[in-house]
Design a protein around this ligand. Structure first.
Ligand code: C5P
Length: 454
């Protein structure tokens, strides 16, 4: 049964999950779980795996980058009676329908069409926005709670997954907001305002941090030291020991740094954030999201999943992965700062070295390095293909930007494929066709922003 006092949307989604998963819940057959490798997908995998473990249900979880024909062949050979796809599948219905087992898709990507063979537990089908209001992890939490109400204690992992998809910013909305409020009432989460940076002391917290990316400070210990001293603070002080006026002095200088670099006021205010402590983990959801994201991006998906399963050693490994990941991102950002970016009529683009990190770069470049109301596209070679990551802003989406649609159309015309969300999407196109793809994307974005059909 849905939680007794569950607010409207939570209650409605729990009923849908309960109805859809009744057959799976009633049986004892093994379950195959297949999720996406980003922070949201990994957290969703953690939630589903823990729920199945608690129910003493045999399961096998796999983290993938995409659904393709070889994956479906492998899954068909293994003949699990149930396959649960999470955070992917909606855009690959033709492939999923080829599976010889009962397929469930728990997803927040827009479904391409209805399906008779696959059961789509997709928030869009229930009138809930999947870009800002619900993600794979919060839907996975609802699925887990529909199996057993005790699984509400996994809400912190869902919170981390949603932070990974940047749905917490600037504030929780819709289904997510209701879930966080419920979980806080139940004592599974505790939120307080805090500085966005974290680390053993101010100097390392500031110089190693790159989100937000502070020009002249991120990746620059001397610049970081100068800013901390200008705030009248010791570089060796810790973030925790700052009193309110010290915190205010430091936050003001950081906001000023961002505004001077052209970052929007909304993003500059992100120097102070809600930090959500998670019961059962020795950290907050913000750090949990960051370490799990780093694991996914560095090819350490198993460590990321182990963190979500509560592994203490895995957490230490993941923290060290995050340090390496941050250093890589900072190096890339400093290189781009020196090289600059190429502008087309409606978008801007650059080349990234790593396909896995392209999305992270695109967002950081758009918000902090070369900010402005222009969608930002990162291109990175991946074998014989070019991987594309495109990112937009909320004001652009409000003006009509739909990057998922624009990427899908431009990629299809270039012999590739694409999709995602209005604000964050991607594509894969054959090597050599990227300029044609960019021209088509630029035209599609221009049309969308001018109020055309896009
Ligand atoms: O890889 P990246 O983080 O940039 O992907 C952003 C979004 O675009 C994700 O939701 C991903 O599933 C989607 N995407 C897609 N098709 C591709 C590449 C990415 O639908 N070929």
């Amino acid at each position: 049964m849905p939680e007794k006092d569950a607010p409207g949307t939570v209650s409605r989604v729990l009923s849908k999950m309960e109805e859809g998963l009744a057959g799976l819940k009633a049986g004892r057959e093994p379950v195959r779980v297949v999720t996406h490798y980003d922070a949201d997908g990994l957290c969703a995998a953690g939630i589903l795996s823990r729920a199945l473990l608690r129910a003493n249900r045999p399961f096998h979880t796999t983290i993938v980058h995409q659904i393709d024909a070889p994956l479906i062949e492998t899954l068909s050979r293994q003949s699990y009676p149930w396959t649960v796809f999470c955070d992917l599948g909606s855009g690959a219905l033709d492939l999923v329908e080829g599976l010889r087992s009962r397929a469930v898709i728990i997803d927040h990507h827009r479904p391409l069409r209805e399906s008779r063979q696959a059961l789509q537990l997709n928030c869009h089908l229930w009138g809930i926005d999947g870009t800002f209001d619900a993600c794979a992890s919060t839907l996975a939490l609802m699925a887990a709670v529909s199996l057993d109400e005790a699984n509400w204690d996994l809400a912190g992992i869902a919170c981390a997954g949603a932070i990974g998809d940047r749905q917490h910013w600037p504030a929780w909305r819709g289904l997510n907001a209701e879930i966080m409020a419920s979980a806080e009432r139940m004592g599974h989460l505790r939120t307080r305002r805090g500085l966005v940076i974290d680390g053993p002391n101010l100097l390392s917290a500031l110089s190693e941090n790159n989100e937000p990316f502070f020009r002249g400070v991120s990746g620059n210990p001397e610049g970081a030291r100068a800013l901390i001293e200008a705030a009248g603070l010791s570089p060796q002080a810790t973030v925790k020991e700052l009193d309110e006026s010290e915190l205010g002095a430091l936050a003001s200088l950081l906001v000023l740094n961002l505004l001077r670099g052209g970052t929007s006021e909304e993003y500059a205010r992100g120097v102070m954030v809600d930090r959500t402590w998670v019961s059962g983990f020795d950290t907050d959801a913000n750090e949990l999201a960051a370490v799990v994201n780093a694991c996914g991006r560095l090819g350490l998906e198993d460590t990321g999943l182990a963190v979500c399963l509560g592994g203490r050693e895995a957490m230490e490994e993941a923290r060290s992965a995050r340090r390496r990941y941050r250093a890589e991102i900072t190096k890339g950002m400093l290189g781009l700062e020196a090289r600059g970016i190429t502008r087309k009529k409606h978008l801007q683009y650059f080349y990234a070295e790593s396909a896995q990190m392209a999305g992270a770069f695109a967002a950081l470049v758009m918000n902090y390095l070369f900010p402005g109301e222009r969608p930002t596209v990162a291109l990175a070679r991946e074998g014989q293909s070019m991987k594309v990551s495109a990112r937009g802003t909320r004001p652009l989406v409000a003006r009509g930007l739909d990057l998922a649609k624009a990427c899908r159309e431009a990629a299809t015309g270039s012999g590739g494929d694409g999709g995602g969300h209005t604000i964050a999407s991607g594509a894969t196109v054959p090597l050599g066709s990227e300029m044609a793809f960019l021209d088509a994307l630029d035209a599609a974005v221009g049309k969308q922003l001018a109020g055309g059909a896009g």
